[in-house]
Design a protein around this ligand. Structure first.
Ligand code: ZN
Length: 143
């Protein structure tokens, strides 16, 4: 568990400092969803582009704490180039994991798996969830 804790911190700081796929695109083929977390000021917009059942692109922008911003960056890297079905499964499992519910451990969450550490900090669960929730909403709206 200690190793995972260190990896968790490292990945959070790395993605917080160097966010991937950050910045929104003015393109109507993207599905846009905006979510706020009033408890700590996180404010995230996620944009997804779906082509033939594939997540062709996923972008994020906004501001918030390190957990929120880093998880948005990790999320985009995890879902891009997946089928919408795979991406949806990963997102569902991730959200079950961070909320400390039973989840399917056979599904590879890739780098996002380190956010299992957030279960120890209930106040931060929402921070780790909102980018993924926003992505799930883009799937519902546009996939
Ligand atoms: Zn937060």
């Amino acid at each position: 568990m200690e190793k995972l804790d260190n990896l968790y911190r490292e990945i959070i700081m790395e993605h917080y400092k160097n966010p991937r796929n950050k910045g929104l695109i003015d393109d109507p083929s993207y599905v846009t969803v905006h979510i706020k977390n009033p408890s700590c000021g996180d404010d995230i917009t996620v944009q997804s582009k779906f082509v033939n059942g594939i997540v062709k692109d996923c972008r994020h922008d906004g501001h918030g704490c390190s957990i929120c911003c880093s998880s948005a960056s990790v999320m985009t890297e995890t879902v891009i180039d997946k089928t919408t079905e795979e991406a949806n499964k990963i997102a569902d499992n991730y959200l079950l994991m961070v909320t400390n519910k039973s989840f399917d451990e056979t599904i590879d969450l890739e780098e996002a798996a380190v956010y299992s550490g957030v279960r120890q900090f209930p106040a931060r669960v929402k921070c780790a969830s909102i980018a993924w929730q926003a992505f799930v909403e883009t799937l519902k709206k546009g996939a």
